[in-house]
Design a protein around this ligand. Structure first.
Ligand code: BGC
Length: 758
């Protein structure tokens, strides 16, 4: 007994001595822990744990760690210093983790929320914040620390394959929606990694392409959204893009990562690289010196490279310590450090309700001859593969393993609308067959890519069905689907534009239904813009459903039936032709998206692949179309409603450093609904060349009942009117008279107010 007591006492004394000499990480002893770490440990902290983090982390720490299968990466743990692993997982439309785990019968589904574009088109920051809270909650409950999103790149051109993850062609809406998303996610005690910083507006050759852009366009278009979000929401982390900007990799750009992000905007979190590993032409010391703190996903060679760079004097220990300090500041905030045990049971049902409602607010009604909301439609003829195999989100890291997807067929059924049986049978069987065939071909990925494309046999059979189905249908619904995603841009033919067969089927459906006096409704189930000008006159209604998340079909039919009044407005221009965008001339077009063959010629410069010239400069999207009076299919900010709104005479007043804008909106129609007021401003002549109008503020009403009014107040600092002067390197607000255009879209001004800025 005495012996045991002595042993315990000795152990206690030696443990106390150990604890005194070995720092255990806390929020208030970070400097001491940095001091206590060896160079090897520091290097291992700066380098992520690799793709297969479970194995690598296990090896590094010599112990089994908590890991979430499907998470994108992890930071290393050092138990003797109290440094825990942290886990990061994609992505912008919901948590991307594996839904199934080896040896377990239960599932780990995450909610598929509307893609970024759909969320932005709500113009509703409060709603986006609610979605962010739900995504943050799933991140926390599934044991992760950082959600790799939001995606904040600018829709420079509609052909970018990842536009669905991004918000807009405009930096103000990008910054405001991004802020709301970050505040929502981070309110749950987890972090974000806003990405891809910066100018990652194309996927083709993304790991190498040099985005050549003027400093003014960089500041005013590509960085401004990030700037707003960083200043307003303090993201824990930023992800540095793969591409180069003006000759330097974003990941080794001191100008971007330190001068601008940290010194000008006051960012105090960590910068992680996009998932690249070792690059032959980027020295790790340059990345760390520029301001990258975490190399993701991380490969062991990078640890050696850091140590070697220090030994050879190419990298200073101060730079290493700075990154390590920032990493520790990040780690102490994380749930895994705080010992949070995720429940693995987020409230998926409650989140499904959030996704269903938010999706309806982001959908944009482009056309309505008066047939919507649907009345006395009991049976529809339902065309298009995606009606039966609806696209809830995009592909790549931004996709979510969802528990289910409500397709159009189910969405209609849930609203007591039936479909004609023969056509539905044909499509249902076709979808089954096509999926099985692709599985048998061992290329299921192709189904995702192909899904939106009508097949020759589909067209053939369904065309023969039209006349047979016509008598029993009250209307036709035709879903046009488009899929896109990471690593590939879109093509013009058969993708941005409808294929000949697809258009042929649509025309045959519309001719037959119109001859019988029955309407045709098109649903666009795509993450980004498609061509509409050549076919829109042949149909009665067009609803852009985007890729609206797992409740997709329910949300679409909520809008079609009028359960939800559409209040989404476009956050990007829909051009007549894709070639109308000036940026299309400098976009790597018509790369075959099913083969990477052209990319194999990596060692030879191909115009606009190894580099991309931003010749349009600041004239991106509506800034170009509106300034140069170029006709569009649907302008920026456009969207119809089932009601109408009147705008009062607005006011614009200077209050100190701020401008206060006021307007009263009245619902003058018959249905309850929400309006988005967009305020564009022009600028006085003289000074820098400027677009005719730029979005400077916006606000969305609450649901207004018939006859109800709401006064909206928008406040913006005068400095928001500034443009970037490359000669002086300063932001300038031109003096003189400004007009504020209170508008329903960029081409539809309802009221104006003037103000003089001295
Ligand atoms: C993507 C990122 C993503 C990361 C981790 C990269 O390829 O560009 O957006 O967060 O992978 O999955």
């Amino acid at each position: 007994m005495k012996k045991t007591f002595t042993l315990i006492a000795l152990l206690a004394i030696s443990f106390a001595a150990f604890a005194q000499t070995t720092q255990q990480l806390r929020a208030d002893n970070i400097s001491e822990v940095v001091e206590a770490m060896t160079l090897q440990e520091k290097a291992r902290l700066i380098v992520g744990c690799g793709y297969d983090s479970l194995i690598v982390v296990g090896k590094q720490t010599g112990r089994q760690i908590k890991y979430v299968p499907g998470a994108a990466g992890a930071t290393a743990a050092f138990p003797h210093l109290g440094i825990t692993n942290t886990l990061v997982a994609d992505g912008p439309a919901g948590l991307h983790i594996d839904s199934h785990r080896k040896g377990e019968s239960r599932t780990y589904y995450a909610t598929g929320f509307p893609v970024g574009t759909c969320l932005a088109c709500t113009w509703n920051t409060e709603l986006v914040r609610t979605v962010g809270e739900a995504i943050g909650n799933e991140t926390l409950e599934y044991g992760c620390d950082v959600l790799l999103g939001p995606g904040m790149n600018i829709h420079r051109n509609p052909l970018c394959g990842r536009n669905f993850e991004y918000y807009s062609e405009d930096p103000l809406i990008t910054g405001e929606i991004g802020t709301a998303m970050v505040l929502g996610i981070q309110s749950q005690g987890v972090g974000v990694s806003a990405k891809h910083f910066a100018v990652n507006s194309q996927e083709t050759d993304r790991e190498r392409v040099d985005e050549q852009v003027s400093e003014r366009a960089l500041r005013e278009i590509y960085l401004r959204g990030f700037e707003r979000m960083v200043r307003q929401s303090k993201p824990w982390t930023i992800m540095a893009a793969y591409n180069r900007v003006n000759g330097t990799y974003a990941q080794s750009s001191y100008h971007l990562l330190t001068d601008i992000l940290r010194n000008e905007w006051g960012f105090d979190g960590i910068v992680m690289t996009d998932w690249i590993g070792v690059r032959a032409d980027l020295a790790i010391e340059d990345a760390i010196h520029a301001g990258d703190d975490l190399m993701m996903p991380g490969v062991p060679a990078q640890v050696e490279n850091i140590i070697k760079a220090i030994e050879e004097g190419r990298l200073s220990i101060d730079d290493v310590n700075t990154s390590v300090r920032r990493l520790l500041e990040y780690i102490v905030k994380t749930p895994n450090f705080k010992g949070h045990k995720g429940s693995n049971n987020p409230d998926l049902k409650a989140h499904a309700a959030i996704t269903r409602q938010s999706a309806t607010e982001g959908m944009v009604l482009l056309k309505n001859t008066g047939i919507l909301p649907l009345q006395s439609v009991d049976t529809v003829a339902l065309f298009g593969v995606c009606s039966y195999d609806f696209l809830s989100g995009g592909v790549g890291s931004g996709c979510v393993e969802v528990p289910y997807v409500i397709d159009m067929l189910t969405g209609l059924k849930n609203h007591n609308i039936s479909t004609t049986t023969q056509l539905t049978d044909i499509y249902t069987n076709y979808v089954k067959y096509a999926k099985l065939k692709l599985q048998a071909d061992k290329n299921p990925m192709m189904w995702f890519l192909d899904q939106g494309q009508p097949k020759v046999d589909e067209i053939d059979i369904t065309t023969r069905c039209i006349n047979h189905e016509l008598p029993s249908a009250d209307a036709a619904i035709f879903t046009i689907g488009r899929q896109a995603g990471e690593g590939m841009d879109r093509t013009v033919e058969n993708e941005f534009n409808l294929s000949t067969q697809e258009q042929g089927l649509l025309f045959r459906v519309s001719d037959a239904f119109h001859a019988a006096g029955k309407p045709v409704i098109v649903i666009i189930n795509s993450g980004s813009v498609i061509e509409t000008a050549s076919w829109r006159d042949r149909v009665d209604a067009i609803l852009v459903a985007w890729q609206p998340g797992e409740e997709g079909g329910n949300s679409v039919v909520d809008v079609l039936t009028g359960d939800a009044n559409p209040s989404g407005r476009l956050t990007m221009t829909w051009p007549v032709s894709v070639y109308d965008h000036p940026s299309t001339l400098n976009f790597p077009q018509d790369i075959d998206m099913y083969s990477y063959k052209r990319l194999e010629s990596r060692n030879r410069p191909i115009k606009n692949m190894t580099y991309t010239r931003h010749e349009e400069d600041i004239y991106v999207g509506y800034r170009y179309f509106n300034t140069y009076n170029k006709q569009v299919a649907y302008p920026f900010g456009f969207g119809l409603s089932y009601t109408s709104f009147a705008y009062s005479k607005p006011t614009a007043k200077l209050k100190g450093e701020n401008i206060e804008l006021n307007i009263t909106v009245e619902n003058t129609g018959d249905n309850a609904g929400k309006e988005v007021v967009q305020v564009y401003a022009n600028a006085p002549k003289g000074g820098l060349d400027k677009p005719a109008k730029e979005l400077r503020a916006f606000a969305k009403t609450r649901t207004l009942n018939k006859g109800e009014k709401q006064t909206l107040t928008m406040t913006l600092p005068v400095t928001d009117l500034a443009s970037y002067n490359e000669q002086t390197g300063k932001w300038e607000v031109a003096k003189g008279e400004y007009t504020f255009f209170f508008s329903a879209n960029v081409e539809d001004t309802r009221a104006t107010a003037q103000m003089n800025i001295k």
